[in-house]
Ligand binder design. Structure first.
Ligand SMILES: [Zn+2]
Length: 260
């Protein structure tokens, strides 16, 4: 393959040698790319801005034996707010890490790039970050062909009225099959929301206005499911959990003051 141009989102970047950076990107037509941006750490380098995580860039690449080279790049959309707000940063980092960990180099599975771009747009525009993340998780898993079964019971094929969820079994089980398969309980509300996130246009998922309890339940189910299927702990997940815990403690303190 010769030199090529691509539109891409920076998933992550790290320092390399004296003045370079190695960038991992998800591109529109060439899938996941790892490329070195030579001299990108120099103050006057034109590549400097284009190596920041979450940036949408238009860039030129030269294929190399071990690694490609990003020779030119222009930032089309910086998604700056995703780096400046802690909650957005945690969620955007998670989306990037999930894409990075679930796709190999040059994997150009259709649908993943537009999904990430849509999710970034929703985060930037103030949609509820947790809902965006769950929508992304469900849709990405679906695109990769490993999405959880959320319809009829995966054990007996029956209607699910009192749902259980099992990562190992691949999704939802009824109240008869669930306990025997070591599945955890899932509220009807959480199940309905997961179905809705797959059904609704992503730009409308924010209108679901999910309460904190349902979001937490979906987090547990989906994060557990992804851990089971990727067999890998995502680093950005502990950051997200830490933020969620702090928020919960903050809420409790807030209530305490009101009561006192
Ligand atoms: Zn069943």
């Amino acid at each position: 393959m010769g030199p090529f141009k691509a539109e891409a989102i920076v998933l992550k970047s790290r320092d390399f040698q004296e003045a370079d950076r190695v960038v991992t990107l998800l591109s529109d037509r060439h899938g996941k790319i790892e490329a070195v941006a030579r001299g990108a750490r120099r103050t006057r380098s034109r590549l400097r801005g284009a190596t920041q995580p979450f940036c949408l860039v238009t860039a030129s690449f030269f294929p190399g034996k071990t690694m490609d080279t990003m020779s030119q790049a222009e930032v089309t959309e910086g998604f700056r707010v995703l780096r400046e707000d802690l909650e957005l940063l945690a969620n955007a980092s998670y989306l990037c890490e999930l894409v990075d960990e679930s796709m190999g180099l040059h994997d150009a599975t259709p649908g993943v790039y537009p999904l990430l771009l849509t999710a970034f747009g929703l985060l930037r525009d103030g949609h509820p970050p947790a809902t965006v993340r769950h929508m992304f998780q469900l849709r990405l898993l679906g695109i990769l062909g490993i999405g959880p079964g959320l319809g009829r019971c995966l054990g007996c094929g029956g209607e699910v009225t009192d749902p259980f969820f099992s990562p190992g079994e691949g999704g939802v089980l009824c109240h008869t099959c669930g306990p025997g398969h070591g599945a955890g309980r899932l509220s009807r509300q959480a199940l309905e929301c997961m179905r809705a996130l797959l059904r609704l246009d992503p730009s409308r998922s924010g209108r679901l206005a999910l309460d904190a309890r349902t979001e937490r339940e979906m987090s547990l189910a989906l994060d557990g499911y992804i851990l089971w299927h990727l067999d890998k702990k995502l680093k950005s997940l502990s950051f997200l959990r830490q933020l969620a815990d702090e928020e919960e403690r903050g809420d409790e303190r807030g209530r305490g003051t009101e009561e006192g």
